[in-house]
Write a protein that binds this ligand. Sequence first.
Ligand code: BTN
Length: 285
Amino acid sequence: MEGSEILSLEVIEASLSTKIIGRGQRLDNLASENGDSSDLSKNELWDEIDSTNTRAAALAAQGCPEGVMVIARQQTAGRGRLGRAWISPPDAGISFSVVLRPKIELSRLPLITLATGVAVAQAIEASIGVRPGLKWVNDLTLSGRKLGGILAEMPGHALIIGIGINVRLKADELPDELKDKVEWLERAVGGPVDPNLVVMELAHKLEAQYELLKAGKTEEILALWRAYSVTLGQMIEARSANQVITGKAIDIADSGALIVEAEDGTRTELVAGEISLRLQDGSYC
Ligand code: BTN
C-alpha cells in the first residue's frame, strides 16, 4: 500500500470532460454522518459503505439526476450477480456505481451490461495498458481469471450500473476458493496502479457507450464486445435451475443473448444466467 494512490474525488472530477457521467459536484463532507446529502447532484466518495449500488439506488429514489457517481474505497456488503457477495477490502479495488435514466425500450436494457463491459475493458486498456477479456455476460477477465464484474440493477425507475475492479488484492487474505480464480491490476502490470486514472477513463468510455445505446447503435456496441470477447468460439456450459446446455458460443444476438450451438447443430439463445468456459483438460471454469 505504501506509495500507492488511493481514490480521490477531487482528482477524478478535475479531469472529467463528460456531459452526463459524474457531472455532479464534489461532496465536501465525505461519508457524512447520516449518509444523506441534501444536494442530490453531487458525486460521492465513501471511505466505507455497505454497497455503492445500494447507495446509488437510494439517491435515485430521492430523485437525483442521472450521471451521479458513487465510489467507495471499501464495501462491507458489496453485491455480485446471482446473490453472491463481492469482496471489497480497503483500497483493494474500485467500487463504482452510477445512476442512469435511459429512455429506451425495456427489451434493449440487457445490452447495457455488454456496453458497460466494453467501457470497462477500454478504460483499463487506455489507462494502464493491459487488455482485459469479456466473458458473457458480466465478467472481466485477465489471464483466465476474474478481474472485475458488472451488476446492473433496476430498483424502481432508474438503472444502477455497478462496477467492481480488482486493483491490489492480497493473495494470502483471499478465501481459498478464490485464490486461483481472481486477478488484479497491480499483479498484471507488476507495479503500482492509480485507480483514479482508471475511474477517469471509465467515466468517459461509459458515457460513449451510453450514447451509442441511446442512439440505437447496437451493432457498434456488439462489434466492440466481440473484439474483447473471451467467450465466442469457446465450448461453454450454461447451468440454470432446470437444465444444462453445452455447446460452442458462436455469437451475440442483437438482444445481447449468447447464441450457443450444440453438437447436433441446434442453437439456443441464452438470455440470462452464467456460463463456464471449457478448459483444455475438458473441465469447465
Ligand atoms: C459480479 O461479478 O457478479 C458483479 C460484481 C459487481 C460488484 C460491484 S462493486 C460496485 C457495485 N456495488 C455493489 O455492491 N456491487 C457492484
